[in-house]
Design a binder for this molecule. Sequence first.
Ligand code: MN
Ligand code: MN
Length: 359
Amino acid sequence: MQSGRITLTQFIIEEQRRHAHATGDFSGLLNDIATACKVIGNAVGKGSLAGVLGSHGQTNIQGEEQKKLDVISNEVMLSANGWAGHLAGMASEENEELCPIPGKYPRGKYLLLFDPLDGSSNIDVNISVGTIFSVLRSPRPGKAARLADFLQPGTEQVCAGFALYGPSTMLVLTTGHGVHGFTLDRDIGEFILTHPLMRIPEDTGEFAINASNERFWEPPVRRYVEECLAGKTGPRARDFNMRWVASLVAETYRILMRGGVFMYPKDNKDEAKPGRLRLMYEANPVSFIVEQAGGAATTGRERLMAVLPTELHQRVPFIFGSKHEVDRITGYHADYASGREPEDLASPLFGTRSLFRTQ
Ligand code: MN
Ligand code: MN
């Protein structure tokens, strides 16, 4: 090995030594997850050469079209992580029900939740995709996990991370002691620590939101975006840039590297869906990483990781990124809830609330 280079395996073992509560079980689990990510990254990288692009011809529990790579990635995650005895159960975006540990293997003390391939609607156009994971402690270690065991708030996560299959394959993770980024060295097949202690700048001039949903936004989100768009001549007195990749892992990585704010807020498009992103295997793990990197993550109304889950595939409004901007957006939600709003919000742009103002 090249001197001075720290592999993921070495990093995990050294972390384990530093923290008395960590056990070999946990290191083994992280190694299995990393192996699965290498296998998925390899399949993603081969693309059309391996015949893995395109649709699987079915929809998943979320009502989304399943891509071939969604199915392949899910199978890789289940088989790589189920055998070693570290887990009491798994849950995946692609499976409506829990994924039990096969009977021939022992049950362990952790629960693993994952989105096997995030951003997969972008896979056929060769935009970065990734794998997101969240690790919880099972309240009943050694026993087959039940749904209730999984329904813990994000604050209970012991580890979260994501792999990014982009121009380089990366693994970004936190165990609650900062955020560390590893780059896959394809020559030796190892993740190498390249981005220790990643920090999100507290201020930013970039925001990301799907602007085609503008007519469904709530007033606090409209207010924030309007102010950004007004630029130098508006209340913020500075220009902003907009970014939108529509791949959560890619957005998260960009924000980790250079700051920014991402919003998939609550809107009134479909009352049955209070948000777009899934709490347990998208928003919670990303929030843990973002907070550990000095950023903030919220639903607009409460800290995201404080949300008490009621179902496995629950959706939440999700706003995260540079701390000062997220705090500002949270403040706008509080203003709205208490009726404190700037006068210029009482314009026809702002829908029904402006009707009250003119009476
Ligand atoms: Mn996803
Ligand atoms: Mn997915």
